[in-house]
Unconditional design. Structure first.
Length: 114
């Protein structure tokens, strides 16, 4: 088990500092980070806490998972590594088309009379 925790079902008003304070009773908190939307800057409702040791992390999971905080039942578990995304993200999944597509432009031959 690692010492990095996933903390979910947080209110959108929770800050990095309040998340750190929440886990301080279980040991030394190396870092606490609320994940925010890259465009709006608003919280996504979850974050990560890194404890000093695996033992502290295990105790925090045991005591905090399902505990109510600010009116919501928390989800606390060991953080899993982020899996790489298969697409490039963004418009059309990041998959470009080579060659520029070609158009329906005029040809050099005249078409004849109508």
């Amino acid at each position: 088990m690692g010492n990095k925790l996933y903390v979910g079902n947080l209110r959108f008003t929770v800050t990095d500092e309040s998340l750190k304070d929440l886990f301080t009773p279980f040991g030394t908190v190396q870092s606490a980070k609320i994940i925010t939307d890259r465009y709006s800057g608003l919280s996504k409702g979850f974050g990560f806490v890194e404890m000093d040791s695996e033992a502290e992390a295990a105790e925090a999971i045991e005591k905090m998972n399902g505990k109510e905080f600010d009116g919501r039942a928390l989800t606390v578990s060991e953080a899993r590594p982020q899996t790489p995304r298969e697409d490039g993200g963004g418009y059309r999944g990041g998959q470009g088309r080579p060659g520029g597509g070609g158009g329906r432009g005029r040809t050099s031959k005249p078409r004849g009379r109508y």
